[in-house]
Design a protein around this ligand. Structure first.
Ligand code: GAL
Length: 408
């Protein structure tokens, strides 16, 4: 643009000279030149504008972590829905979906480059967490009569797979077209026996794909060579405004769950499974996230905001709709389906504005929500919770879908 402006000025002086030389009508020529300038400016503005709406600006993810190559990968569909991932932590970096005006919005937290992730204060922006997502009390569990001690990284408990969980690992990546012709990305990782205290060499594979119906599908598979426990989940912070400049408290949320699992003050389940009725956790009818967060929360024993495991209304293993989120300002609707028994809804209570992400978005208090399809937290320590045990010869499988629509 600067170049074209200076070219214009240069041209102007050249023409001035010609004018003097040829005695042409000065005013007419000036008018013509002015029009050329305006046209050039308008043209440059358009070209630049194209640049600003370009989905993926240059993002530097090329680095080596743990002697493995880190990179960025893109998948998309014909409607323009697109996503970027990095194999560092099997993370979703961008997710572009249409809003009610047909404009693409990036609805997830993330950083511009790999440095952002390596230096982040909040470690859980977009990765696959595990081996066990959420908490295990005191990091202890017993499988096949043998007790194990996991690393303790959260107030004396184990959280999201520990200090060096899946979210910090460099996964092997392979882009391909799946059997439906969709763009897909396979990420695989071999977690060696003893990693973070877990038994068994665990092979895990996660496949992300984008369907023609604007769905981000996440399929997991894992096997082990010794009895172990497993509960991986996708830990994405969504903001359907497409920016953290606006709070996610305005999102209208429905969760298809009659029950939840109460916790102690350190967010470890007590083992009870109780009704959501007459609590601010009753999201069976669409309700704004922020509506009851301040007032009614005192009624819950340990409430700083939503950070609860909702027990989904379904038969074991059934794929069903777990939650719906709608943001009136953008018209974006996200529907979460899963075959998992539960969903953790986290309203961003620990978000503190210390991180600045893509496009200068500050990751402030309650500027994103997480809806994590999962087994119940601390499941290995409660006989009444679904089992999280994986044995040799078995294959762990999980399917979750984040589908996008608009409401006008
Ligand atoms: C959530 C968890 C919260 C918090 C958050 C990460 O999955 O439920 O308690 O740990 O991750 O800050």
């Amino acid at each position: 643009m600067i170049k074209s402006l200076s070219d214009n000025i240069f041209q102007f002086f050249k023409y001035e000279q010609t004018l003097n030389n040829n005695n042409l009508k000065r005013n007419d020529m000036k008018k013509t030149l002015l029009s050329i300038c305006i046209l050039t400016l308008a043209f440059s503005a358009c070209t630049n504008n194209k640049k600003t709406v370009e989905l993926f600006p240059e993002r530097n993810f090329d680095t080596i972590v743990d002697s493995k190559k880190v990179a960025i990968y893109t998948i998309k569909n014909a409607n323009g829905m697109a996503a970027q991932f990095t194999n560092y932590g099997a993370r979703l970096v961008d997710l572009w979906v249409p809003d009610k005006n047909g404009k693409l919005k990036d609805v997830v937290w993330g950083f511009e480059n790999i440095k952002g992730y390596l230096n982040a204060n909040d470690l859980y922006a977009g990765p696959i967490v595990g081996r066990f997502g959420n908490r295990i009390g005191k990091g202890q569990f017993t499988v096949d009569g043998k007790s194990y001690q996991l690393t303790l990284n959260n107030n004396g408990n184990h959280l999201h797979g520990g200090t060096n969980g899946f979210y910090k690992k460099v996964w092997d990546a392979r882009s391909f077209k799946n059997e439906k012709g969709e763009d897909a990305l396979e990420l695989s990782y071999l977690s060696p026996a003893g990693e973070e205290g877990y038994p068994g060499n665990l092979k895990i594979k996660v496949i992300y794909a984008i369907t023609a119906n604007n769905e981000l599908t996440i399929n997991y598979e894992a096997t082990t060579d010794a009895s172990t426990i497993i509960n991986p989940t996708s830990h994405v912070y969504f903001n359907l405004h497409g920016t953290t400049a606006q709070s996610s408290n305005s999102h209208i949320l429905t969760i298809f769950a009659d029950k939840y699992t109460p916790t102690d003050s350190l967010l470890i389940p007590t083992g009870e499974i109780v009704t959501v009725e007459n609590t601010p956790l009753d999201f069976r009818k669409p309700t704004a996230v922020g509506e009851r967060i301040k007032t009614d929360f005192m009624a819950l024993k340990y409430g700083k905001g939503y950070d609860h495991n909702f027990v989904l209304n379904k038969k074991a293993g059934e794929m069903s709709l777990a939650a719906e989120v709608y943001e009136p300002a953008t018209g974006i609707v996200m529907k979460v389906s899963t075959d998992q028994p539960a969903l953790q809804f986290y309203s961003g209570n620990f978000m503190d504005g210390k991180d600045t992400g893509k496009r200068g978005d500050v990751h402030n208090y309650r500027t994103g929500i997480a809806l994590e399809a999962q087994n119940y937290p601390d499941a290995p320590n409660h006989a009444n919770f679904p089992t999280a045990v994986l044995k040799p010869g078995e294959t762990y499988k999980q399917s979750s879908i984040y589908a996008f629509e608009v409401k006008k």
